[in-house]
Design a protein. Sequence first.
Length: 393
Amino acid sequence: MEFFRNTNIDFLGKKWYFLAFSLIFSVAGVFSMLFWHHIPWGVDFRGGTLVYVRFSHTPDYSAITSEMDRAGLRSPKIQGYGAASNNEVLIDLDLRETSEQALEQGKETIIKALETNAPAGKTDLNNASSLTIKKYLLDKDPLHAGFDGDQKYSAQAQAIVDYREKVQGGVLNSPDQLQSAAGVDRAVAASLADGFFVSDFGVRDVQIIGPQVGGQLRTQAGLATIYSLLGMLVYLGFRFEWIYGVAAVVTVFHDTLITVGAFSLLNRDITLTVIAAILTLIGYSNNDTIVVFDRIRENIKLMRREKLSEIVNRSINQTLSRTILTAGLTFLTVLALYLFGGEVLRGFSLALVIGILIGTYSSIAIAAPILVAYQDWRIEKGKRAIAMPARVR
């Protein structure tokens, strides 16, 4: 199957338009990384605290931000998490303490920040642990259990938490819901109203990543990218010529720079999954470039009398149909992943969407012109070397 047959597009004749396009996006990305949003490292790399919260209603992001600010938790990053109907949000905070005590203190700080209308003297049932509920029931003793209270109320407290987490998804709308909960005694459920209230949210999980771990991950991600580029340079140097390897590395660097710059311009976090996508794109772009290079090498043997620029143009046109088919199908796949894959895969799929477009473009518009420019430079250098002795005479 071919989309194009016998095309004769002068790609090299448009190289200055391609160069202008690449310069605009590269410079914009570099300026964003240097002066505007910088490199938006995710919590995996910079360290911080991730808080997973579920609400009983559609969350108001601006209200959450205001409540965080009032509690002294500055510049939180808030984004939807999971299906929209789940009303879940992920709050990214710049809290980097790593001890268990700091973890509990951070959780309590976040809960207090979101509890704007908490009744005095009562505990939030949506964020209470089974131990807290058990202590309350032991003091209240609604079952008149006496010496058997510890065991009975442990089971009752666990049944309450299980119903809240497994049946109601982590958020109770009313304490009355516990009247019909499996394993919860009606007397126990009725007694909770005296000491507990129900908020409109529940903190599902809190994760803390220390700055030292983040720094190590950042270093390892950079080394992985550098090693992949060096490996590509060596492979292409032996497979073709060194100029082919240099052209491919420059092309992939161009692709990576624009992709990272796009994340900076959009202020989207660069996480471990995004780094995985970038490494995938290095291989994808390299493969596409090798297809063009291989056709150029074949045509050089068949078209010895032609200029290199004409050979390169012919080679790009001959592989154009294959490039469009391969890149088009891959792009549709990652676009579907971006649109329907959910928030967890959003950064990964966005990097693939940008990278496939740029990688396909650069194999034609960047890699090939580098070869021609190098060949022209060698010819010009040879002419100068011949002309100089003639001037001396």
